[in-house]
Design a protein around this ligand. Sequence first.
Ligand code: CP
Ligand code: NVA
Length: 314
Amino acid sequence: MSLLFGRSLLTLLDYSPEEIRYLLNLSMKVKSEAKKGKVFRRFEGKTLAMLFEKRSTRTRCAFETAFGEEGGHPVFLSNSDIQLGGKESLEDTARVLGRMFSAIQFRGFKQETVETLAKYSGVPVYNGLTDLFHPTQALADMLTLEENFGEVKGRTLCYVGDGRNNVARSLMIICAKLGTNFTVITPGELNPDDELRKKVSPLAEKSGSVITITPDVGAVKGADALYTDVWISMGEEAKREERISLLSKYQVNQKLMDMTGKSGTIFLHCLPAVKGEEVTADVIDGAQSRAWDQAENRKHTIKAIMLATLVKKI
Ligand code: CP
Ligand code: NVA
């Protein structure tokens, strides 16, 4: 039986390094099968509820195509389609969805919502992004790093930008678990929260990962990858001016890429990107960028998560 059969993925804090390793290995297998044109029906007879409170291109398309092309039936449900903590309680919606679907994907605001869905539905629930975490993204990011560098242990990933957002937080967790050094370059006002730092610190100690948080852009020196994300995450539009004034010194441009001192440094971005804000067009569209591989890897890693948790014998 698959190691993760029946499990939800709400945050990578719940997954051991071995379980993350298992998912990354399975993602590589799934990607190589896809490249060879192999077609399977491993989700035949299964259904996936895809709940979206926030917009999505990659996450929605990855879940929907990965599940549907193997015979599963994904159903897209936006906030305007269903009762989600509106007229009906979230617990009741979760109970009903659990009777009709094999699994649930949720993208939205509160982490609490995805946790409640998992608690009351009784089926695997996948976090497709909340304000706190973006675990499926971090898996695709590590797969992309592995494709470029082989072993990720001992490599240095440097995140430049809004250090307190869902993407930075999930990267911090996965790096701490896998032994990848993680440097967050962000103004002090946007530091990752102390609660998370306390949780990852023993994990990093165990894996040998060095976690650094600094406002100094000079800390990119020696980085194997520079990563950035939008300065204004979904739901934070009112903070636009404040963020631009805090983060304008933290743009990833060619000068910053060159400051790593390594010609092999790659550029990563979870996308969508606002070219001219957190990254310049020449960097994201240039030779060092792996952002498009990263986007493709969302699909392979998401398929791997669903296979591991929904299919007894893969
Ligand atoms: N990276 C990511 O989650 O993209 P979407 O918002 O398009 O799903
Ligand atoms: N931090 C971004 C990630 C988008 C994939 C957001 O939450 O909007």
